[in-house]
Design a protein around this ligand. Sequence first.
Ligand code: 4NP
Length: 166
Amino acid sequence: MSQKLLFVCLGNICRSPTAEGITNHLLRSSGYKEAIICDSAGTAAYHIGSPPDRRMQQAARCYGLELQGKARQIRPADLREFDLILAMDRQNYRDILSLDPQGKYAEKVRLMCSYCRSHSDEEVPDPYYGGEAGFHYVIELLWDACSGLLESLVPGIQCPPLPPRA
Ligand code: 4NP
């Protein structure tokens, strides 16, 4: 059966839909589309129903990525239903764990950057209030983390490098 991954940030319009889009792209392009099911969510309710941020979509297109989905808020049942929950930063990590006061699912919750192999960042920086470069950096960092994540979960998968920016 496919493993289910949930990517989580604050608003579910910048970082987590990008992680979802990159992971789906890597799965498709390496021929392992069926191995993993991905979704994303935000810890906050501000942007429920919104598509990915336009600036994030524009940056993603420079690498051949089309971001999908509408923002939703994480709910306690997600901790039961998903196999692995990837937090973009430490605040997200704490907010996810607060939905599970008994710590029953704490093992499923990880920091996304713990899967990076070429970057030493411990958190995916929030690009929302910054300029264009921040959106491109999120893609570069998440490409590294998503590749490391998939190569740790899917035996035999080999992820391609980040394509040059168009
Ligand atoms: P995200 O970015 O958590 O990566 O989706 C943000 C989106 C919206 C806000 C902050 C961060 N906001 O304050 O509305």
